[in-house]
Design a protein around this ligand. Structure first.
Ligand code: NAP
Length: 451
C-alpha cells in the first residue's frame, strides 16, 4: 500500500487525491486529505462568493471524491503548526503533496494603506464567506457612502458586486448571518472599481464582468473618455477573444462623462488610474484614495502623467492579488510566493526532495480558474506515481490518525464535517433561511463533536 497525505482540501488537493486513487498503474494507493480547517473545499467554500451558487455547486463533485473509500478527510490538522512539522508528517506517509494555496494578500506599498477603513479584499471575502479566522468587525458599512476597490481581477469584481447587492438577493445564499445583517444596514451608494491599466487589460473574465451590469437597482457606468485612452478600444479586433469581449461589455456601459450618483446604487468602473496614497480624514480614518492618471506606454504597460485625481471613500478594498505563504519547514521562493518544484516534485537546494510534492497555487502562483487545477494536479500526481516504487520502500506509521492524536491534534473526520453541515442546515432553519454557514471556530468544532 502507498500511503499519501494531501495537505489542503481545495480543488487542487481534491483533484490530486482523485488522480492518485483512480489511476491503474500503482495498486492500492490510500490518500488522507488534511486541512487546517474543520471544513473541506478550500476556496470553493471560503472564496467563491455566496451568490455564485453554480460555482459553489462544485462542492458536490469534490464531495463525491472525498467520500471515495480510498480517501479520508482529516480536518483541523495544521501542518507547519505546533506538533506537526513537514518532517514529522513525512514520517507518517510515503509521500506528502502540499496543496495549500496562496493565503496572503499582496500589498500596494503606498502611504495610508494601513489606515482604519482600508482592508485587503481577501479580508472582506473571508468575512462574507464565514472563514473562522475572519474578524467580525462589519467593515463599518453603516457609515460608508462610497467605497473604492483597487484592482481589476475577478476578486475585485466579486467584492464590488457583493457591496452593491441588496439584502434580498443575499438572503437566499449561505452567507453568515452577521455579514448579511451588516450588508443590509450598509450605507454604500457608490462603488468605484479602479484599474491602473486599460479596459483591454482587465484580468476579470467576461462572464463575471457582465454580471455587474445585471444587478437589480444598480447602475453600472464607465466614462467613455477613459475607455478611449486604450489604443485597442477603437479597434478591438486584434485583441485575444477574451479581452475583446470584455471591451465590448464595457462599451455597453459607456457614458460621456460620469454623472453624480442618482437614487440607486452605482458601480463606476475606472481605468488608467494608479493608486499613490490612501487619504485620511480628520478622524484618522480613510477618506479617499489619491490616484495618478496613467497612459498606455505602447508596450502593454502604463506611464504616469503627473496629474492626480482623488476619489472619495470611507472604505477601501485592495484587490491586487494573492501571494503564497511560507510553510515552516518547506522551501519557499519569497519572490514568487511559491514552493520551488520540478513537475510538482519539491526542490530542496535544487534537487528533488524524496516524497514531497506540490500542486495548485502554491506550485504555480495564484492564477487561473478552478478547472486549471486539474491538469496541474495531474502533472504532480504523475510525478509521484512515477516515484512510487522508491517511495513505498520506506517504513511509515501504521495509523496516521493515532500518530496525529499523539502529536496533540484533534482531527475532524468526515462524520464530523457531516455534523457541521447538519448544524448549518439547522441554523438556517432557525433563521428562516436555507443552510447558513457557521462563522467561528468554537461553533464549528462544537458542531463537529455533535453539540
Ligand atoms: P488577478 O486576477 O491577478 O488581478 C489582480 C489585479 O490587481 C489586476 O488588475 C492587477 O493589475 C491589479 N494590481 C496588481 N498590483 C497592483 C498595484 N500595485 N496597483 C494597482 N493595481 C494592481 O488577482 P485576483 O483578482 O486576486 O484573482 C486571483 C485568481 O482567482 C485569478 O486567477 C482569478 O481569475 C481567480 N478568481 C476567479 C473567480 C471566478 O471565476 N469567479 C473569482 C475570484 C477569483 P495589472 O493587470 O495591471 O497587474
Amino acid at each position: 500500500m502507498l500511503r499519501v497525505a494531501v495537505v489542503g482540501s481545495g480543488p487542487s488537493g481534491v483533484y490530486t487525491a482523485q488522480t492518485l486513487v483512480q489511476q491503474r498503474d500503482v495498486p492500492d494507493v490510500r490518500v488522507d486529505v488534511l486541512d487546517r480547517l474543520p471544513c473541506p473545499y478550500g476556496l470553493v467554500r471560503y472564496g467563491v462568493a455566496p451568490d455564485h451558487e453554480k460555482i459553489k455547486s462544485l462542492q458536490g463533485s469534490l464531495r463525491t471524491v472525498l467520500e471515495d473509500e480510498r480517501i479520508r478527510f482529516l480536518g483541523n490538522v495544521e501542518v507547519g503548526g505546533p506538533g506537526l512539522s513537514p518532517e514529522r508528517l513525512l514520517g507518517m506517509y510515503h509521500a506528502v503533496v502540499y496543496c495549500v494555496g496562496a493565503a496572503r494578500d499582496r500589498h500596494l506599498e503606498i502611504p495610508g494603506e494601513e489606515l482604519p477603513g482600508s482592508y485587503a479584499a481577501t479580508d472582506f471575502v473571508s468575512w462574507y464567506s464565514a472563514h473562522p479566522d475572519a474578524a467580525d468587525d462589519g467593515f463599518g458599512l453603516g457609515a460608508v457612502r462610497s467605497a473604492v476597490v483597487i484592482g481589476a481581477g475577478n476578486v475585485a469584481v466579486d467584492v464590488t458586486r457583493i457591496l452593491a447587492r441588496g439584502e434580498a438577493e443575499l438572503r437566499p445564499t449561505d452567507i453568515p448571518q452577521p455579514a448579511l445583517g451588516a450588508l443590509a444596514r450598509s450605507g454604500v451608494r457608490e462603488v468605484a472599481m479602479v484599474a491602473r491599466r486599460g479596459p483591454s487589460q482587465g484580468k476579470f473574465t467576461t462572464k463575471e464582468l457582465r454580471e455587474l451590469g445585471t444587478l437589480p437597482g444598480v447602475d453600472t457606468v464607465v466614462d467613455a473618455a477613459e475607455l478611449a485612452l486604450d489604443p485597442d478600444y477603437a479597434a478591438p479586433g486584434g485583441l485575444p477573444p477574451a479581452n475583446r469581449r470584455n471591451v465590448e461589455v464595457l462599451r455597453g456601459w459607456a457614458l460621456d462623462g460620469v454623472p453624480g450618483p442618482g437614487g440607486s446604487r452605482r458601480i463606476a468602473l475606472r481605468f488608467y488610474l494608479r493608486p499613490v496614497e490612501v487619504l485620511a480624514g480628520p478622524d484618522g480614518r480613510v477618506a479617499g484614495v489619491r490616484f495618478e492618471r496613467t497612459l498606455p506606454d505602447g508596450r502593454g504597460g502604463v506611464r504616469g502623467t503627473g496629474a492626480y485625481e482623488d476619489i472619495e471613500a470611507q472604505l477601501v478594498l485592495r484587490s491586487v492579488g494573492y501571494l503564497g505563504r511560507e510553510l515552516p519547514g518547506l522551501p519557499f521562493d519569497a519572490r514568487t510566493g511559491t514552493v520551488p518544484h520540478a513537475a510538482g516534485r519539491v526542490l530542496r537546494e535544487g534537487a528533488p526532495s524524496p516524497g514531497e510534492y506540490v500542486a495548485g497555487w502554491i506550485k504555480r502562483g495564484p492564477t487561473g480558474v478552478i478547472g486549471t487545477n486539474r491538469p496541474c494536479a495531474k502533472e504532480t500526481a504523475g510525478s509521484l506515481l512515477a516515484d512510487a516504487a522508491v517511495l513505498a520502500a520506506r517504513d511509515v506509521t501504521d495509523d496516521p490518525v493515532d500518530a496525529l492524536r499523539t502529536a496533540g491534534l484533534r482531527p475532524v473526520e468526515w462524520r464530523g464535517w457531516l455534523a457541521i453541515e447538519r448544524a448549518e442546515e439547522e441554523l438556517g432553519r432557525s433563521l428562516g433561511r436555507r443552510s447558513v454557514k457557521i462563522p467561528d471556530w468554537g461553533g464549528l468544532l462544537g458542531a463537529a463533536e455533535g453539540h
